[in-house]
Write a protein that binds this ligand. Structure first.
Ligand code: ADP
Length: 262
């Protein structure tokens, strides 16, 4: 355990937990892949809270459990033991059908590879989650989201007619359109050049600051992490450290320490 660091960290408080404002809470979450002696423990008794209305980065060396953390926290995978609560709902109480609906209506996703449907226009891609949930897109709300992500005027284009940065903006609009409780972003700038990456991170930051959106992002990039409010560091499936109001230099130094102590 490297301890809790940073300006807002409370000495002695459980890492990452703010009891008053928690969007996602993991309690004693363990995830094992396989069985018996060859089982891999990807998450090892993780208890932490992700603050509502905050921008959280999840970092750690390769194989430390970041993807598994994101998948369990977002209801894409189920823990072997322990509980995940999102917006007060225990995800373990939902059957597969309920969980799918829950993800569609209450969670937004942004991926490294954008994951847009190539045959649909920008507008159809953005409104897809609403249509899947059986809701009519509200024109004003749609235009509001498109303006917020800087895509006004591109509603009729197809993904192939957009740059990588514009495609990621569409993906962010698609995540925002249902006003989800949490947006999970998995390496959202991994496929972008540094300037475009910076614009996308500024956009996610804006979604948190202006729209009070909760965003949780897995990244390996200290420059990306410095846009966030807090960084949780994983090592060998455990949350081992947290930095609040992170600078790239602080994040780099914790990452170097974690790689050395691996
Ligand atoms: P990270 O995202 O930090 O690289 P992961 O969550 O992908 O880490 O993986 C954590 C550990 O779990 C690693 O040891 C990895 O090899 C293992 N793992 C991940 N997914 C699977 C799987 N589907 N089957 C077996 N082992 C897995």
């Amino acid at each position: 355990m490297l301890g809790t660091r940073g300006r807002n960290a409370t000495p002695g408080a459980p890492i990452g937990i703010d009891p008053s404002l928690t969007a996602v809470r993991l309690t004693q979450v363990t995830k094992k892949y396989g069985r018996g002696p060859s089982a891999v423990v990807a998450l090892d008794d993780v208890s932490t809270g992700l603050p509502a209305g905050g921008f959280t980065a999840v970092m750690g060396p390769s194989g430390s459990g970041k993807s598994t953390f994101l998948h369990c926290a977002a209801g894409l995978d189920r823990p072997t033991s322990g509980t995940v609560q999102l917006g007060g709902q225990d995800l373990g109480e939902l059957d597969e059908k309920q969980l799918t609906r829950f993800r569609r209506t209450r969670i937004g996703f942004v991926f490294q590879a954008f994951n847009l449907l190539p045959s649909l226009t920008v507008e159809q891609n953005v409104t897809l989650p609403l249509r899947l949930a059986g809701t009519q897109p509200d024109r004003d709300a749609l235009h509001g989201v498109m303006a917020a992500v800087g895509l006004t005027g591109l509603l009729g284009r197809r993904p192939s007619q957009l740059s990588g940065g514009q495609q990621q903006r569409v993906a962010i609009a698609r995540a925002l359109v249902t006003r989800p409780e949490v947006i999970f972003a998995d390496e959202p700038t991994g496929a972008l050049d540094p300037d475009t990456a910076d614009e996308i991170l500024a956009l996610l930051r804006q979604a948190v600051t202006d729209l009070h959106q909760t965003v949780v992002m897995v990244t390996h990039d200290p420059l990306a992490a410095q846009h966030t409010d807090q960084v949780l560091f994983l090592a060998a499936g455990r949350v081992v450290s947290r930095v609040d109001s992170p600078s790239a230099a602080e994040v780099k130094s914790v990452m170097t320490e974690l790689r050395r102590t691996r």
